[in-house]
Design a protein around this ligand. Structure first.
Ligand code: ADP
Ligand code: ADP
Ligand code: MG
Length: 465
């Protein structure tokens, strides 16, 4: 298979578990791996797994993983002919995609122009409307006039969400409950977006009070786009996913079919290349779904889809971006069983999810049929304090959802990460929750649950009851 690709060496322009994951896909494709690392990551697992390591700058992301020049220099020195951006960092940065292509290298993602269109949340909203995909009621494009915006907010009805066009990772979102709040928050949100994302564009959406987060995985090759079904990520804290499943147990086959078709139509409308995710909110009560955004990159939760579809999405995106055809038709894509992923962060759930960098010890990984652990860990690894606290993801597969939950619980009992607290106790407690077992949840279910169940989340990897 690798012999058919016109690339030989790939630069991984990211860190942590996703760098290790991309490494595995690249090796399976027969590619040589050059790993870009900051000075804080020379000892990382990603560095250990790579064929060659290039130090790109000091620990601060702005000087390393967000430094286009340093990354391109590393690619050149390492003889790379392709660059994988992972997620976060420069993965949805159109300028970076352009710079990689201008340097004559393959960017493993869509073109800069597609990122400009779909990675910008307000622009993507307009594109969705053009493609006939329902969006949450709200503003057309970014807000340019505050009085006009306030009239519109009153029209869609409070509470409204003020979103940064360039936001992501649950950041850049504010909720205004009244006109007074809106007048105060909208300019604030714009100023903050300007300093956090370098782009002050904001837009508004009606708040869907009780919604599920359901998203569709797509893969395109310029000519064709296929989907790999849906994932549900309704368990969120601060609008960040903590537990993800595939497929959603909340939609019937008719809704699933319509969601997947909408995602494919939207991706086709921009001749999408690479792996992408089209995110929706699904209103249980009305059965309606609404587009919220597209992530033009591989997502953290891609493994649940890989588990039910038996596919390698990371290898798939490298192949199509290197110019290979999709090589699979929609009819050939099937799913089986149920998969769940939980995000293990170096945070203490018993202590307000305080981040806890430290030195890893006594690592024991769960194993067995249908168990996968994507991570960045080894005994003695000192977790640097500069980055996201995600350590790894535990993913389980079973024939049905109830068995997947049981398997998750069992796998969590064998997982041991010593030396620092992790979010593992949270997942044992969630697996025991009647609402989670019945899938009677929504995007705002977890936060109040955390408040009432704080005492069940003990520090040492196990719940007390
Ligand atoms: P996913 O659905 O893959 O979890 P997220 O939007 O949560 O997608 O983002 C994945 C990772 O990328 C997270 O670590 C998040 O912090 C980071 N991220 C996403 N968007 C941005 C952004 N605009 N700026 C900085 N970090 C981001
Ligand atoms: P990000 O780019 O940070 O991922 P999203 O627009 O995807 O931002 O929204 C993140 C989460 O915020 C959603 O999964 C959902 O829980 C919540 N959310 C977003 N838009 C709305 C809305 N209009 N109504 C209610 N909740 C929303
Ligand atoms: Mg999102």
């Amino acid at each position: 298979m690798a012999g058919t690709l016109p690339i030989k060496t790939i630069l991984i322009a990211n860190r942590g578990e996703i760098a290790c994951r991309v490494n595995r896909a690249a090796k399976e494709l027969g590619l040589k791996v050059v790993q870009a690392v900051s000075e804080a990551d020379t000892d990382s697992l990603a560095a250990r797994l790579a064929d060659e390591v290039k130090v790109i700058g000091p620990p601060q992301a702005a000087k390393s993983y967000l430094n286009t020049e340093a990354l391109l220099a590393a690619a050149k020195e390492g003889g790379a002919d392709a660059v994988h951006p992972g997620y976060g960092f420069l993965s949805e940065n159109a300028g970076f995609a352009d710079a990689v292509e201008d340097a004559g290298l393959v960017f493993v993602g869509p073109s800069g122009d597609t990122i400009r269109l779909m990675g910008d949340k307000a622009a993507a909203r307009e594109q969705a409307q053009k493609a006939g995909v329902p969006t949450v009621p709200g503003s057309d494009g970014v807000i340019t006039d505050m009085d006009e915006a306030e009239r519109l907010a009153a029209e869609v009805g409070y509470p409204v969400m003020i979103k940064a066009s360039a936001g992501g990772g649950g950041r850049g979102i504010r909720v205004a409950g009244s006109a007074e709040e809106f007048r105060k928050l909208a300019p604030q949100a714009s100023n903050e977006a300007k300093s956090a994302f370098g782009d002050g564009g904001i837009y508004i959406e009606k708040v869907i009070e009780r919604a599920r987060h359901i998203e569709v995985q797509v893969l395109g090759d310029d000519a064709e786009v296929v989907h790999f079904f849906d994932r549900e990520c309704s368990l969120q804290r601060r609008r960040q996913k903590v537990w993800e499943e595939a497929p959603s147990a909340a939609v019937d086959e008719d809704v699933r079919e319509r969601l997947c078709r909408a995602a494919v139509e939207l991706a086709k409308s921009v001749r999408y290349r690479g792996a992408g995710t089209v995110e929706f909110l699904f209103d249980d009560e009305t059965g309606e779904f609404y587009f919220i955004e597209m992530n033009t990159r591989i997502q953290v939760e891609h493994p649940v889809t890989e588990m039910i579809c038996g596919t390698d999405l990371v290898a798939g995106m490298i192949r199509v971006c290197a110019g290979a055809p999709l090589g699979i038709t929609q009819e050939e894509i099937a799913r089986e069983g149920h998969a769940i992923e939980v995000r293990l962060n170096a945070e203490d759930p018993a202590n307000g999810f305080m981040p806890f960098p430290g030195v890893m010890s006594g690592l024991k990984l769960p194993e067995g049929e249908g168990i996968r652990f994507d991570h960045m860990l080894y005994d003695g690894y000192a977790i640097p304090p500069f980055y996201d606290s995600l350590l790894g993801k535990l993913i389980v597969w079973a024939p049905d959802r109830a068995q997947a939950i049981a398997k998750l619980k069992q796998a969590l009992t064998t997982l041991e990460i010593g030396g620092l607290p992790t979010t593992a106790p949270l997942f044992t407690a969630l697996a025991d929750s009647a609402d989670v077992q019945a899938n009677d949840v929504h995007t705002r279910w977890l936060e109040p649950w955390l408040e009432t169940n704080a005492d069940t989340l003990t520090k040492q990897g196990e719940t007390t009851t």
